[in-house]
Ligand binder design. Structure first.
Ligand SMILES: Cc1cc2nc3c(=O)[nH]c(=O)nc-3n(C[C@H](O)[C@H](O)[C@H](O)COP(=O)(O)OP(=O)(O)OC[C@H]3O[C@@H](n4cnc5c(N)ncnc54)[C@H](O)[C@@H]3O)c2cc1C
Ligand SMILES: C[S@@+](CC[C@H](N)C(=O)[O-])C[C@H]1O[C@@H](n2cnc3c(N)ncnc32)[C@H](O)[C@@H]1O
Length: 736
C-alpha cells in the first residue's frame, strides 16, 4: 500500500480511496474506514452553527470586511461550508468575497452528499448550487487543488484533495491568508493524521494575525499541540453530548489573551505579525510573494486580449474597478482574435508540472466558460462539441496510450474514440496512429463573444499604446525610485504612471498588470523576461468544401473545427489550422500577413487526418479581415517561454535579484537571503503560448490570488513553475 506522500507526489494520476459510507439511523453518514460519523446525530446543522460558526465569531468576524478566508480540515459532506455560505449571504457586505479552503482525503460521491444533506431544506439553494458544480466522479476527477466559484465569483471554494497536512503544506502564503479555521476531522482517537503537529504547524504558518479557530473536540493533546503552534486556546461549551469544545486565536507571541485584543481583525494584511527576516535556501525566498494590495487599490491592465480581459473580469468580480488599455481599436485584436479556438486538454509525457498545470487549467476552464455561457444571454461563448484527438506521431501515440492506461480522467472526460466519434469528427477511416482519444467535454470557444462579455462594464481604453511605466512617490517629484536592494516593497506611497506614445501621462494607478502578450517585453521593467514568439496562421474554408455535418473537433498535427454560421460571414465556414513558426527575433510590428506558405503548411498538417479538405479554398470564403487577399485566414503570434509554461506573478527587478541571490552562483547554496525584490504593484501574465484561451481563466485566478493574498487555486509547485523570476534564478545559478 502506498503512503500519503507517495500518492500525493504522483499528483495528477492519484485516485483517492473511497470513504465507504454506512448510513446510520436518520441518514447520518458514518465512515467505515474510520468508524466515526460525519456530524452529530442530533442535528448536524445545529452542531455546525454552534461549534464552528459561533466558534469563530461569525457573522461578526466578516461584517466589516471586504473579504474573508476560512480554512477547514475535513470537507466531508460540505455541511460546514454550506452553513457558512448561507449565513455569509445573509450578513456580509454587498460586494464582499468569501474564500473557503478545505482539505479532504476521501471525497464523497455526489449521491452520498445529496443524501447526507437532504434534511436541511434551509440550505436548499446552496446545496443545489454546490452539487451543480460538483463532479460526477469525484474520486477520479478531484485531485490536488480544485477551485469552484459561486455567486458571480464572490464565493470561492478551494477543495484540496489529499491528506490534510500534506495539502496545506502546498498552499502558497507568505503573510498568512486564513482568517479562521474549522478543525473537523473524525475524532482524534480514530483519525490521528488530522490532529498532529504537522497539521498544527501548517495552521500556524497559514494563519493571519489573530486568526480564529474552532473545533468540536476538547482533547488535551489537541489543545497542547495548537498552543505550541502559536494559538491561544480556551474551552467553551460543546454541542449535544459533548460537554466542551475548543476555540482559539493565532497569537504566536502572546502568552495571555484578553477579550478585547482585536487590532488586526479588519486590516490584518497591512499588519504583519512577523518581523522582517532573512531566509534560508530551502525557503526559496526568490519565489516569495510581494505584499498584498490594499482593497480599493486602482489597477490598470495593459492588453485587452484573453489574458487582460479575464484578469479584469475577475478583479471586477472581487469588487475592484480595473481599467484596461489596448493599443488597437478593438478588444481581442492580436493573439486572441481568431474567430474560434479550442478548449482542449494538452497532454505531455509523465507526471510533469506541465501536465498537472494543463489538467487543472482544462478542468477549471470547462467550469469557467460553462458558467459564462450559462449567464450569457447573447452570442455563443462555448460549444461543448467534443474533440477527437489523433496522435500526430509515434511519440504522441505513446503518451496518449499511457494517459488512457492511467485513467487520468473518468470516461465522461476522456475515453478511447470509437469509429463513430472519428466519423462524426470528419476523421479518416484508418487513423495514421493509435490510440485516438475522445474528449466529450472539450469544445469550441468564440473569442470575440467572450471578449465582449468579459469587458461589459469595464472601462476599456482603446487606441492607447503604453510605452512607459514610471514609478512615482506620492507628494514628490516623479522619479524612478526603485531601490536596488529591493527594500521599497513595503513603501505604501508608490504609484505607477502610464505614459503613452506621445509621452503623455494618461493614468496614475496603484498597480499595473501587464497582459500585453508578445509585446510585454517592450516595457523596460519586463524586458529581461525571455519571451519568445511564434507566428500562427489559420485558414477559413467554406463548410461546403469539407464535411458540413462534422460535429466534433478533429485534432491531430493540424485541426478542423466544426462548421460555424456566424453573422460576420455570408456562408457557413470552418476554421482549420494552424501553423507554428518560431520567430528568431522580435519583429515590430508583429506579423499579420496571411501567406500561401502558411496555407501549404496547414494543408500538409491535415493531409493524413482530413484528406477530404481541398486546398486552396474557394476565394468566396475570403475573410473580411483579409479582404482583398487571395487566401482566407488570419495570422497572429503566440508568446511563449523557453520552458513552455506561462509567466504569472509579481515582476522581479533584475539587478536587485542578481545582487540579492548572487550566492547561488554555479548551483551553490548560499547562507541567508533577503526576500524577493519586486517592482511594487507590478504584475505580469504572459507567454500563454498555443493554449491561452484554455489557460487564461486559471492563470487569472492564480494572479488575482497572489495580488490580494488569498489562497491560490493551485499548489505551491505550480505557482513556482509559473513565477516570473524563475529564469533570473536559473541564470544566476548558471553563472550568467
Ligand atoms: C493561430 C493560433 C491559434 C490558436 N488556437 C488556440 C486554441 O485553439 N486554443 C487556445 O487555448 N489557444 C489558442 N491559441 C493561443 C491563444 O490565442 C493565445 O495564447 C492567447 O491569445 C494569448 O492571449 P494574450 O491576452 O496573452 O495575448 P494577446 O491576445 O496577444 O493580447 C495582448 C494585447 O496586448 C495589447 N498590447 C500589447 N502591448 C501593448 C501596449 N504597450 N499598450 C497597449 N496595449 C498593448 C495588444 O494590442 C493585444 O491586444 C492560438 C494562437 C494562435 C496564434
Ligand atoms: C467529521 S468529517 C467532516 C465533516 C464535514 N466538515 C462536514 O461538514 O460534513 C471528517 C472528514 O475528514 C476527512 N479526512 C480523514 N482523514 C483525513 C486526512 N488525513 N486529511 C484530510 N481529510 C481527512 C474524512 O474523509 C471526512 O470527510
Amino acid at each position: 500500500m502506498s503512503s500519503d506522500s507517495d500518492r500525493d507526489k504522483r499528483g495528477v494520476s492519484a485516485v483517492p480511496p473511497s470513504p465507504h459510507i454506512n448510513w446510520r439511523d436518520n441518514n447520518v453518514p458514518e465512515s467505515v474506514l474510520y468508524g466515526d460519523i460525519y456530524y452529530a446525530p442530533e442535528n448536524g446543522l445545529a452542531e455546525s452553527q454552534h461549534v464552528f460558526l459561533e466558534g469563530i465569531g461569525a457573522p461578526g468576524i466578516w461584517t466589516d470586511r471586504d473579504h474573508i478566508t476560512i480554512g477547514e480540515t475535513g470537507f466531508g459532506t460540505g455541511l460546514n461550508f454550506l452553513a457558512t455560505w448561507h449565513l455569509w449571504r445573509k450578513t456580509a457586505q454587498k460586494d464582499s468575497c468569501l474564500h473557503y479552503i478545505s482539505t479532504e482525503k476521501h471525497p464523497l460521491h455526489r449521491t452520498e452528499i445529496t443524501r447526507a444533506l437532504s434534511p436541511w431544506q434551509s440550505l436548499e439553494d446552496e446545496i443545489r448550487t454546490l452539487l451543480s458544480h460538483y463532479p460526477d466522479n469525484p474520486l477520479q476527477e478531484l485531485q490536488g487543488y480544485q477551485r469552484f466559484q459561486f455567486d458571480e465569483g464572490r464565493v470561492t471554494l478551494t477543495l484540496c484533495v489529499g491528506d490534510c497536512a500534506s495539502q496545506l503544506s502546498r498552499l502558497t502564503s507568505q503573510t498568512g491568508c486564513v482568517d479562521a479555521w474549522y478543525l473537523d476531522g473524525f475524532s482524534p482517537a480514530k483519525n490521528p493524521d488530522m490532529w498532529c503537529d504537522a497539521v498544527y504547524q501548517q495552521l500556524g504558518r497559514l494563519s493571519a494575525p489573530y486568526a480564529r479557530l474552532a473545533t468540536f473536540t476538547a482533547a488535551g493533546h489537541v489543545r497542547r499541540g495548537l498552543t505550541a503552534a502559536g494559538f491561544h486556546m480556551e474551552k467553551s461549551p460543546g454541542y449535544g453530548r459533548k460537554r466542551e469544545r475548543l476555540i482559539g486565536r493565532y497569537q504566536p507571541n502572546v502568552t495571555s489573551i484578553t477579550d478585547n485584543i482585536n487590532p488586526a481583525d479588519s486590516n490584518r494584511r497591512t499588519t504583519p505579525i512577523h518581523a522582517k527576516r532573512r531566509y534560508s535556501h530551502s525557503e526559496k525566498p526568490w519565489f516569495h510573494l510581494s505584499s498584498p494590495l490594499k482593497s480599493g487599490a486602482r489597477i490598470a491592465v495593459i492588453g485587452a486580449g484573453i489574458a487582460g480581459l479575464t484578469v479584469a473580469h475577475r478583479l471586477k468580480q472581487q469588487g475592484f474597478h480595473p481599467e484596461v488599455y489596448d493599443q488597437h481599436d478593438h478588444v481581442m485584436s492580436t493573439g486572441s482574435g481568431n474567430p474560434a479556438g479550442m478548449l482542449d486538454l494538452y497532454l505531455t509525457a509523465g507526471d510533469s508540472l506541465g501536465r498537472k498545470f494543463g489538467l487543472r487549467a482544462y478542468l477549471y476552464a470547462l467550469r469557467h466558460y460553462g458558467q459564462l455561457a450559462q449567464h450569457n444571454k447573447g452570442e455563443e461563448i462555448f460549444r461543448r462539441c467534443g474533440l477527437v484527438k489523433i496522435p500526430k506521431d509515434e511519440k504522441q501515440a505513446d503518451i496518449l496510450g499511457r494517459v488512457l492506461q492511467q485513467n487520468l480522467l473518468p470516461p465522461t472526460h476522456l475515453q478511447q474514440a470509437n469509429a463513430t466519434h472519428i466519423q462524426q469528427a470528419g476523421g479518416p477511416e484508418t487513423p495514421p496512429f493509435d490510440p485516438v482519444l475522445y474528449l466529450p467535454q472539450a469544445g469550441m470557444l468564440f473569442p470575440h463573444n467572450i471578449g465582449a462579455l468579459l469587458s461589459t462594464d469595464i472601462p476599456v481604453k482603446l487606441k492607447n499604446r503604453i510605452t512607459m511605466l514610471q514609478e512615482m512617490t506620492l507628494n514628490s517629484d516623479c522619479s524612478d525610485d526603485v531601490n536596488l536592494a529591493g527594500n521599497n516593497t513595503d513603501n505604501e506611497n508608490k504609484q505607477w504612471q502610464l505614459i503613452d506614445d506621445s509621452g503623455t501621462v494618461i493614468s496614475c494607478v496603484d498597480a499595473v498588470i501587464l497582459t500585453a502578450g508578445a509585446e510585454a517585453i517592450d516595457l523596460t521593467q519586463a524586458e529581461h523576461l525571455p519571451v519568445r514568439i511564434s507566428r500562427g496562421q489559420i485558414c477559413i474554408i467554406p463548410a461546403s468544401q469539407s464535411k458540413p455535418d462534422q460535429q466534433h473537433i478533429l485534432s491531430g498535427k493540424g485541426y478542423v473545427l466544426p462548421p460555424l454560421n456566424n453573422n460576420d460571414r455570408d456562408m457557413p465556414y470552418q476554421v482549420v489550422g494552424a501553423t507554428y513558426d518560431k520567430l528568431p527575433d522580435h519583429p515590430r510590428p508583429l506579423p499579420t500577413e496571411v501567406t500561401k506558405t502558411g496555407q501549404t503548411d496547414i494543408a500538409s498538417r491535415l493531409r493524413n487526418i482530413a484528406p477530404h479538405i481541398h486546398f486552396p479554398p474557394s476565394p468566396s470564403a475570403v475573410d473580411k479581415e483579409t479582404a482583398g487577399a487571395t487566401i482566407a485566414g488570419r495570422t497572429s503570434v503566440r508568446a511563449y517561454l523557453p520552458d513552455h509554461m506561462p509567466i504569472c506573478g509579481p515582476l522581479p527587478i533584475k539587478a536587485a535579484y542578481q545582487q540579492a541571490y548572487a550566492a547561488l552562483i554555479d548551483g551553490k547554496k548560499g547562507p541567508v537571503y533577503p526576500s524577493a525584490p519586486y517592482y511594487k504593484g507590478l504584475y505580469v501574465m504572459a507567454g500563454l503560448s498555443a493554449r491561452g484561451l484554455t489557460t487564461a481563466p486559471l492563470l487569472a485566478e492564480i494572479l488575482t490570488s497572489l495580488i490580494f493574498g488569498t489562497p491560490p487555486p493551485v499548489e505551491d509547485d505550480i505557482v513556482q513553475a509559473l513565477h516570473p523570476a524563475r529564469f533570473l534564478i536559473r541564470d544566476i545559478r548558471r553563472g550568467r
